[in-house]
Design a protein around this ligand. Structure first.
Ligand SMILES: NC(=O)c1ccc[n+]([C@@H]2O[C@H](COP(=O)([O-])OP(=O)(O)OC[C@H]3O[C@@H](n4cnc5c(N)ncnc54)[C@H](OP(=O)(O)O)[C@@H]3O)[C@@H](O)[C@H]2O)c1
Length: 262
């Protein structure tokens, strides 16, 4: 098991799901973990789990939609821990909605949480990593970034932006000692699929447990991978879509029509 003893890790969106799983696993492996999200009670629960392994771990209640709050989070985290070693941009919202019911405000909100906010946090904390010639940035994207599922236009676009930003960032930071890992969750068993104000999911894919997605991330870190899919077989689907996007979208349309007849 790779050791993260003393590493300073910030995980956004750690009050539930993948973020909570990653935060606790980093703490279990010796890291000092900072966690943030909006739901204080849920964060407190995750913080207690982290502190059982890593007593110095801390939490911040933050709405990442608020630019000033993100600025403050970066300052508070680095002042508390004297810098940062690993940033996990995990917080995200789906807002699944058929295109015909999508409005600009929703698109902007999704883009803010899933793209602009993690970029803002990354740029604020990057100088610490550059100064020490080391660091890791884990960006949680989605298979939606490559597969464009139905009713997820705003979400897919925000995750595609996050993905391309991450790839370009990996290139610009190539010789700096800072590594970038992009996680593409497929279907992981979290609250993301039961959030209010979202259309139901169309695709019916068996979800993997959070623990499996967390294990895939730590394997990716150990291998110095640029990207990992969870579950891993989604990588093959992404490749087949890239080879023939038209056939893939036509196949998706056929699948949706079939599901509507179910
Ligand atoms: N589960 C999957 O199959 C799947 C698939 C593709 C991508 N993903 C991505 O994985 C990441 C984690 O999602 P999850 O599946 O673990 O779902 P989740 O349990 O709903 O976690 C989402 C996290 O984001 C936080 N968050 C949302 N809006 C926020 C805001 N305005 N400010 C601060 N924190 C905010 C939530 O905390 P609060 O509500 O407490 O603020 C929560 O901790 C997301 O980026 C998601 O898009 C997941």
């Amino acid at each position: 098991m790779e050791n993260f003893e003393g590493k300073r890790v910030l995980v956004t969106g750690a009050s539930s799901g993948i973020g909570a799983g990653l935060a606790v696993e980093f703490a279990r492996r010796g890291a000092v973990v900072g966690i943030c999200a909006r739901r204080q009670d849920r964060l407190e629960d995750v913080l207690h789990q982290c502190q059982a392994f890593s007593p110095e771990s801390q939490m911040w209640v933050v709405d990442l939609a608020d630019e000033t709050a993100v600025d403050k989070l970066a300052v508070d985290f680095s002042n508390t821990f004297g810098g940062i070693d690993i940033l996990v941009n995990n917080a995200g919202i789906p807002k699944r909605r058929h295109l015909t019911r999508l409005d600009n405000k929703t698109v902007d909100n999704v883009m803010r949480i899933n793209y602009s906010s993690p970029v803002q946090l990354t740029l604020l904390l990057l100088p610490h990593m550059l100064a020490q010639n080391s660091g890791t940035i884990i960006n949680v994207s989605s298979v939606a970034a490559t597969l464009s599922p139905p009713g997820e236009a705003a979400y897919s676009a925000s995750k595609a932006a996050m993905t391309v930003f991450s790839e370009s960032m990996a290139l610009d930071l190539w010789d700096t000692g800072i590594n970038v890992l992009i996680l593409y969750p497929g279907v992981v068993d979290t609250e993301l699929f039961t959030l209010p104000d979202n259309d139901p999911m169309v695709a019916d894919v068996e979800a993997i447990p959070v623990a499996d997605a967390v294990a895939i991330v730590f394997d990716g870190l150990a291998q110095g991978a640029l990207q990992v899919y969870a579950p891993t077989w989604f990588a093959d689907i992404a490749v087949s879509k890239a080879k023939d996007p038209q056939a893939f979208i036509a196949g998706s349309a056929e699948y949706i029509t079939g599901r509507q007849g179910d």
